[in-house]
Design a protein around this ligand. Structure first.
Ligand SMILES: C[S@@+](CC[C@H](N)C(=O)[O-])C[C@H]1O[C@@H](n2cnc3c(N)ncnc32)[C@H](O)[C@@H]1O
Ligand code: SF4
Ligand code: SF4
Length: 371
């Protein structure tokens, strides 16, 4: 046996290969990430990660979906040729996250994925999973080299998940999809924490752990009141048509903070899982976050600030919720739009106001330090 093989075998025996791979991955990340800067005049470093929404269409009807109102507008999605034109103009982009509405609702989604991969761009997919089946999974597997991860959404066990998602076949199809891809892809599960499912989340994670899943994300339900929307519009000056949020009259969560903490602690006892809680601000300041007083007490940050976001019409928008467009990629390049005067002013206003009232329950909310 040659020396190299002997060393690899020895490391494997000592289970060191996994650890070394993790350290190398971490170092690669640290050295490839340039520090992102926001200048006083609102100029932001050019992102190399983009979030792209290829469609506003979806086959489900989830009770909490923040995109419901937007979908009713029935806007036309970009054609394949238009998407190709946009991708051809990317210069700095290394990673793209494809997120819906539901990306697999586009019949040409595999061609779109291939276009990104051809240009060396790594992809992350978020899906409800109900449109991945034995017929098309081969297409996905063919493209697996360029796909870094697939996130599936599940909010409860069968009966509850189907009720939340508005379709009595949703759970079975998503589980089938997860089983079809879990050996070939890095799979994670995202769940929204709501009054209706908070008591079932532990059982859900336990069930999925039994299927071999290890990566889980919990996002506290996002919503805003009409008053918060009105005040945010005044501060940030975004138009009526550019907000995607679940609107609720009552500003309070419908579950207690103690229950939320207990649920998270219980889930953490499940062996072998990686659990990420959104937003980051909740992890750091749970009381202030839960009581909606973060903006008054803590210097906040928007974790979306340096992520380019493109909607299904090719507009460069601010974030998944404040969908204010700053320019369209069929007319201008990303570089031209990213730091145009309107975009810079928007960022300046956001920072000056310690974000906006609609940000206070957002999954991208981060906290800096006590004021
Ligand atoms: C809008 S969906 C798009 C991707 C895909 N259709 C899906 O459901 O996974 C993106 C993620 O947002 C979550 N989501 C939807 N409405 C939400 C809300 N009001 N609060 C927090 N997360 C929400 C979904 O569960 C999903 O994990
Ligand atoms: S599947 Fe995703 S996009 Fe579709 S309604 Fe549900 S949360 Fe919204
Ligand atoms: S914190 Fe505010 S600005 Fe940032 S992503 Fe959330 S809603 Fe958008």
């Amino acid at each position: 046996m040659n020396i190299r093989l002997f060393i690899i075998k020895l490391l494997k025996k000592l289970r060191l290969v996994k650890i070394i791979k993790k350290i190398l991955g971490f170092l690669r990340k640290v050295f490839s990430c340039k520090k992102q800067v926001l200048s006083k005049d609102g100029t932001a470093s050019l992102p190399n990660s983009i979030i792209f929404e290829p469609t506003t269409k979806c086959n489900l009807n989830c009770q909490m979906c923040y995109q419901r109102e937007e979908r009713k507008m029935g806007k036309r999605d970009l054609s394949f040729d238009e998407i190709q034109k946009i991708i051809n103009n990317f210069s700095n982009v290394k990673r793209v996250s494809l997120i819906g509405a539901e990306i697999f609702a586009r019949s040409d989604i595999f061609q779109i994925i291939e276009e990104f991969i051809k240009r060396g761009i790594k992809l992350y997919l978020t899906t409800n999973g109900t449109l991945i089946n034995e017929d098309n999974v081969k297409e996905l597997k063919r493209l697996k080299k360029g796909i870094r991860g697939i996130g599936f959404s599940l909010d409860g066990l069968k009966e509850l998940h189907n009720k939340i998602r508005g379709r009595d076949w949703a759970f079975d199809r998503t589980i089938e999809a997860i089983n079809l891809v879990k050996k070939d892809f890095n799979v994670s599960i995202n769940s929204v924490v709501m009054k209706d499912n908070i008591d079932e989340l532990y059982d859900l994670v336990k069930y999925l752990r039994g299927l071999g899943i290890v990566n889980f994300g919990l996002a506290v339900e996002m919503f805003a009141t009409p008053e918060e929307v009105a005040l945010s519009k005044k501060i940030l000056d975004f138009g009526d048509l550019s907000l995607a949020l679940e609107i609720q009259k009552n500003a309070e969560y419908k579950f207690s903070l103690e229950k939320l903490k207990r649920t998270i602690d219980k889930i953490k006892t499940i062996k072998g899982i990686n659990l990420v809680i959104h937003p980051g601000a909740f992890k750091d300041f749970p009381e202030e976050f839960y009581n909606g007083i973060l903006r008054k007490k803590i210097v906040l940050k928007c974790e979306n600030m340096f992520l380019g976001r493109i909607n299904a019409q090719g507009d460069v928008i601010f974030c998944p919720f404040i969908k204010k467009p700053f320019g369209n990629l069929l007319e201008q390049s990303f570089e031209e739009i990213w730091n145009n005067e309107e975009f810079k002013l928007f960022r300046k206003k956001l920072v000056k106001n310690n974000l906006a009232p609609v940000c206070k329950r957002c999954c991208k909310l981060g906290a800096n330090k006590k004021q």
